[in-house]
Design a protein around this ligand. Structure first.
Ligand code: IFM
Length: 801
């Protein structure tokens, strides 16, 4: 999917913050707001994505409430997938709770049928509130201002709300506001095949797409107490989704009626408003589904209970307070460079609205809940790019991501069985069941993806994440609940999947490493090493639990049918996996025969400083070359730092960097960090921009499809693990700060085993404060030297001691 490219840097302009003084102004603090000035149809899809509001349970795109030609509105509920009418499962575009019409003097106000005199929106990252102010003029020149405020509550993830305020300016008016829920929804399905070079207006962008229907609308209407409702069922998965909504107004309308269509219900409120007099319509929406874990009861009744007795103001207050709590640990602050600072906060905002710590049955799709790109499917992105952000800022959310992999173990087992192997094989693209959801072909049917069959490494990546989680949180109980099951079942898978090599060694044929330009390869270094680590981690955890929790371990192994011989077999298998070929200069061969491929130089870069394909090459014909889509050996060195020293990292960085095209938004961050580790800070700033500005500036032209959420997390990793030099080494948090010149300070929090380290890094000195119960102490390592922190006592360490 593609969208028109945006003018670089536009969203990041700090610019004047509009004075949206109703309903609580946006904070207006520099670095905390994302603003839109004027309505531009060509940028509307991009805005819809970046202005998404959410809470991990639902995400609602930043579409204008009244809709417009070319809009792609969407509310997505984590875990609500359906495969009816589509070749692979979709994250369902659920009923639209924004649905609002505003009529003044009988004229409908929207950007297509009225003139837009002024239009401003501000997303307040601190509060998660999206503020809007639009002044329309009708054909007779009469102006009316429409303002709105919306939220997806973080205090109660079943609750969302919208306030719309209409003010006739300089004229008395009959004002009608219809506010409700539209359950008539479709997912984008297949790109139309347009002749090459056809340039469509943005209003027509989605016009001819095939759409898929996932919802059977069981009914919409109003209860006797005036609460509206919409009740839908996903056709293939049979998940019930219920909405309930209340509409309240100020002042009382002259007349209020319920409008009930086949798939849409709304309250129609008619006012007589004097010039300059505002009418306000509040809508609170409760959402419940039949798949919500840990709750019982009719979804319709639960949704209704969510809105009963609630007011919009209370919802705003509670959610704002909850955001304040979240930001305490999630904030990442840069002083000295406004755009970099905004890039990090914007990313941290989107990462927070993507995760739900309370739902262990869902993970985060490649576009979070902000769009339909990749159909909401879950990739290795979750464990490798996203997890560290949550691990160090919100470990409860990290735990949920991993619990999702445990929850979907039955699907992973079934997937393994379908390939004739044992244990659990995680899907390259997963959704609600853990079964494989990755398409085989490009949407036009021309090119074959091999990721589904061959990107096996995701299984080892999940296992790796289990170890990371336990190391950082110290949550050993997680191993008993879920982690051991994941490790044992994945270890078992590898034993049955590995291929024989001469001399009793083992390897893997027909795989694809993270670099998706090369399929059907043998002994991809990344995959082989990660598999070996998966096996040895399983053995280590088995050994540890046999000492610390033998009775619980006995239950786990009995359930899985694992015995001591099998565990010994994992250790033996790990030791027999072939090591990658390493050249005398230390460069690791990405897979067998890689060094014999054509060495095609990268010679040009686009306006966003991203490498262009060399002439004649594209995504599907780089196989015979040494060109990389994204880091592979470097990713290995990033994930397993104890296996490769600095000299190895440097040699491989120098070799692979100049052959990497970064055709994945996951790519630049890893290059930035490894570059910093081997002493190349100049390149790191360049890579920071490539990663951090990808959605802020829409520099890949496809932000309209949803956020590149892994890039947001990768950008956070550049700041914390790269410039902050924060790593867990020898079981301790270590820091080796090297800030770019254009930053003055970098501040963030690292959650560590239930406590928090507040980190404030500078060029000359850095300060660390342990936020923990009085009397607690913790030893960290800064620039190679031990530093002991005591709760509440800041310690300042001069740079480069
Ligand atoms: O998981 C990634 C993959 O590494 C590159 N293509 C996009 C996927 C989803 O982000």
């Amino acid at each position: 999917m593609t969208a028109q490219a945006a003018p670089a840097g536009e969203a990041a302009e700090p610019g004047p913050v509009p004075r949206l003084d109703h309903l609580g102004a946006p904070s207006g603090e520099p670095g905390w707001t994302l603003a839109e000035h004027g309505f531009d149809p060509a940028r509307a899809g991009y805005r819809e994505t970046v202005f998404t509001v959410g809470n991990g349970r639902l995400g609602t795109r930043g579409s204008l409430e009244e809709g417009h030609l070319g809009a792609l509105s969407g509310t997505y509920l984590a875990g609500v997938y359906d495969a009816h009418d589509s070749p692979v499962v979709d994250l369902v575009n659920c009923p639209d709770w924004l649905d609002t019409e505003v009529w003044v003097h009988g004229v409908r106000l929207d950007v297509d049928s009225a003139e837009v005199v002024e239009h401003e929106r501000v997303l307040d990252l601190r509060t998660g509130l999206l503020h809007r102010s639009t002044t329309f003029a009708d054909r007779d020149g009469r102006r009316t201002r429409v303002r709105s405020l919306r939220l997806a509550s973080v205090a109660d993830r079943d609750l969302a709300g919208l306030r719309v305020e209409v003010t006739p300016l300089g004229h008395d008016a009959d004002v009608v506001v219809v506010s409700g829920v539209d359950a008539h929804r479709r997912n984008l399905e297949r790109l139309p095949l347009y002749p090459d070079g056809l340039d469509l207006a943005p209003q027509q962008r989605w016009d001819k797409w095939a759409r898929s229907t996932h919802l059977d609308v069981r009914g919409v209407g109003f209860h006797g107490d005036g609460t509206g409702w919409a009740d839908v069922r996903t056709i293939e998965r049979d998940v019930r989704v219920a909405y309930a909504f209340t509409v309240t107004t100020a002042p009382q309308p002259e007349r209020a009626t319920d409008q009930v269509g086949a798939e849409r219900a709304g309250r129609r409120c008619e006012f007589r408003a004097a010039a300059g007099e505002a009418v306000t319509v509040d809508k609170l929406v409760g959402v419940a589904t039949s798949r919500d874990p840990g709750v019982s009861g009719d979804p319709g009744e639960r949704a209704r209970a969510t809105v009963t007795g609630r007011t919009f103001d209370d919802a705003v207050r509670a959610s704002t307070a909850a955001w304040g709590e979240q930001w305490r640990d999630a904030d990442i602050e840069i002083t000295g460079h406004a755009k970099d600072a905004l890039a990090l906060r914007f990313g941290a905002y989107h990462l927070q609205i993507a995760a739900n710590p309370d739902d262990p049955t869902v993970s985060i799709g490649a576009k979070s809940l902000s769009g339909e790109g990749y159909r909401g499917h879950v990739f290795w992105d979750s464990e490798i790019l996203l997890l560290p952000f949550y691990l160090f800022t919100h470990p409860e959310a990290a735990r949920s991501l991993l619990r999702y992999r445990h929850h979907t173990l039955p699907g992973a087992r079934a997937l393994s069985e379908s390939y004739g192997t044992r244990g659990a094989r995680y899907a390259w693209e997963a959704a609600d069941t853990g079964l494989e959801e990755c398409p085989r072909w490009t949407p036009d049917g021309k090119d074959r993806f091999w990721t589904r069959e061959e990107e096996l490494h995701v299984t080892a990546d999940v296992a790796h994440a289990v170890g990371e989680y336990v190391a950082v949180t110290g949550d050993e109980a997680f191993l008993l609940d879920a982690g051991a099951g994941i490790l044992f079942e994945t270890a078992r898978y590898w034993v049955s999947r590995l291929d024989e090599r001469p001399g009793g060694r083992l390897g893997l044929d027909d795989v694809m490493g993270p670099d998706e330009f090369h399929s059907h390869v043998a002994d991809n270094a990344f995959t082989n090493r990660m598999v070996a680590r998966n096996l040895t981690d399983a053995v280590a955890v088995h050994e540890r639990l046999s000492r610390t929790a033998p009775e619980r371990l006995a239950v786990i192994v009995a359930e899985l049918g694992v015995d001591d011989d099998e565990v010994a077999g994992w250790a033996d298998t790990a030791a027999r996996i072939v090591d990658p070929v390493v050249r005398p200069d230390g460069v690791v061969e990405q897979f067998t025969g890689y060094f014999d491929r054509l060495d095609v130089p990268i010679e040009s870069w686009d306006e966003n400083d991203m490498p262009r394909y060399p002439a004649g090459y594209h995504h599907f014909n780089c196989e015979p070359t040494m060109l990389l889509k994204q880091p592979d050996v470097l990713m290995l060195m990033y994930l397993l730092p104890d296996e490769y020293d600095e000299a190895a990292r440097r040699a491989n960085f120098e070799f692979y960097e100049e052959r990497t095209l970064h055709k994945s938004s996951l790519s630049p961050s890893i290059h930035a960090i490894i570059g910093l580790q081997v002493g190349d800070p100049s390149m790191a700033v360049r890579y920071f921009e490539r990663s951090g500005y990808v959605d802020l500036d829409d520099n890949q032209g496809n932000t309209a499809d949803g956020m590149h959420i892994a890039a947001a997390a990768g950008t956070w990793q550049i700041a914390v693990h790269g410039f902050g030099g924060m790593r867990v080494l020898g079981g301790r948090p270590t820091f080796a700060p090297q800030l770019p010149e254009r930053w003055e300070r970098l501040r963030f929090t690292v959650r560590w085993r239930g406590d928090a380290i507040r980190v404030d890094l500078g060029h000359d000195a850095s300060t660390f404060t342990l936020d923990a119960a009085p009397g607690t102490s913790l030893t960290i390592v800064v620039d190679g030297a031990e530093v002991t922190l005591r709760a509440g006592e800041p310690v300042t360490v001069p740079a480069g001691r």
